[in-house]
Design a protein around this ligand. Structure first.
Ligand code: CTP
Length: 404
């Protein structure tokens, strides 16, 4: 899905077993349309060979400050000038200490010191090394110096122990790099999103729900974060990890989702209702498991509150975005829904294409008419939608400003 501009990421590898994962990261970055220049420390070459990285990136890998093939002996300056971002993954405890102290005794540490682009590091080490006071101090110093620390994660370690210190997975690093390059069109804005299905209990073991996977809502949360927003994600039961950096609130029923939204909506600038909220719930959930009988059973249902309508109807509503999944007559139903719910933007799709899958296609309805977002992975659709929302939100704000 090469929709990234041609940007250069200088990928630095230091000595650690997670270096093998950096090879996968290089592959993902290249596949995503980035140019990747790998630079390895001597210790990193003990874990993976420069030939591996060269084959994956299609570029010679630099390892030596004293490389005679660089005519002006200024590899550290040239390499850092060409980079839009430096990502050191894995970053060993030793390398983090060097960075924090401003040492420059090999190519990678020298070009980090000589850089004029942002620096991200993905620490990877044994949990005791990560917890050691010296490492804590180094991390605090790097954060103060404006270095972005990605991870680490907790889990099984190569040394056989379990704990904090694993490098975060290549896919999560790819997301962080992608996010870094996204235009910050929602910088500082507070965005509240509902996602996933709701589950309406019938008895302690049964309930009414739907097939929403939450993927679209979670992708929108990720895209809004990447656009610089502060994101709160109120989610029904799904099997997805919330995007790092979002405030996540887990709920089960529509009533719980409504309560969570009422609590969180007060200072939201934008509200995006992606959740497939159950319109009805059982009038009374049974406290005990319902036993089967010979005859028919009737389940009496009552309406759930409409969360989107409530938010859009508040005295000073945030910019509201609704979703509509229809099985037919998409355009007519979507237009009607936009009016009925009184929202400036409604994103409509055909239920058959949207639910559960990894791709989506949307038609956006707003005051200017309709805009089609052609079929693409949900992350791509989410980024396009967030850009559209940001543009409309900015228009709305400047119109309000003009009115005084
Ligand atoms: N929505 C909501 N609260 C509800 C129901 C829906 O916030 N109780 C929001 C969804 O998050 C979505 C939009 O409203 O943004 C979807 O419209 P929806 O109401 O589901 O369509 P329906 O009104 O259910 O219309 P119908 O079932 O008649 O198609």
């Amino acid at each position: 899905m090469a929709d990234n501009p041609k940007r250069t990421v200088l990928l630095g590898l230091t000595g650690g077993i997670a270096a093998y994962k950096a090879a996968e990261l290089a592959r993902l970055l290249i596949q995503d349309g980035f140019t990747v220049q790998a630079v390895m420390t001597a210790a990193a070459t003990r874990f993976v060979t420069p030939a591996t990285l060269q084959a994956l990136t299609g570029r010679p890998v630099h390892t030596d400050l004293w490389d005679a093939s660089v005519p002006n002996s200024m590899a550290h300056i040239d390499l850092s000038r060409d980079a839009d971002l430096i990502l050191v993954a894995p970053a060993s405890a030793d390398f983090l200490a060097k960075l924090a102290g401003g040492l420059a005794d090999d190519l990678l540490s020298t070009l980090c010191l000589a850089r004029d682009c942002p620096l991200m590091v993905a620490p990877a080490m044994n949990r005791q090394m990560w917890e050691r006071a010296a490492t804590r101090r180094n991390i605090a110093t790097l954060e103060k110096d404006g270095v972005t620390i990605l991870g680490p994660a907790s889990g099984d370690q190569a040394c056989g122990e379990t704990g904090m210190g694993r490098m975060i997975e290549p896919d999560a690093l790819l997301q962080a790099v992608r996010g870094f390059f996204q235009p910050k069109v929602l910088e500082g804005r507070r965005v509240l999103i509902t996602a996933g299905p709701t589950f309406e209990a019938v008895d302690p073991v049964r309930g009414i729900t739907n097939r929403s996977s939450g993927k679209m809502g979670y992708a929108i949360a990720r895209a809004a974060l990447d656009a610089g927003a502060r994101v709160t994600l109120v989610s029904g039961p799904v099997s997805l990890a919330p995007p790092a950096g979002a405030k996540s609130v887990n709920v089960v029923s529509a009533a719980e989702m409504f309560d969570a939204v009422k609590k969180e909506v007060k200072d939201a600038d934008v509200f995006i209702g992606v959740a497939a909220v159950a319109d009805y719930r059982p009038v009374k959930a049974s406290g005990e498991k319902i036993k089967k009988t010979r005859g028919h059973v009737t389940l009496e249902l009552t309406r759930n509150p409409d969360i989107l309508e409530y938010v859009a109807g508040r005295p000073k509503p945030p910019f509201c975005v609704g979703f509509a999944a229809e099985s037919e007559d998409l355009e007519r139903y979507a237009q009607e829904k936009r009016k009925k719910k009184n929202v400036p933007l409604l994103a409509a799709n055909l239920a058959q294409t949207a639910i559960g899958g990894d791709e989506n296609e949307l038609i956006l309805f707003d005051d200017d008419g309709r805009h089609e977002l052609a079929r693409a992975p949900k992350e791509v659709i989410a980024r396009q939608l967030v850009e559209h929302i940001a543009a409309l939100y900015a228009e709305q704000q400047s119109a309000r400003h003009r009115k005084g």
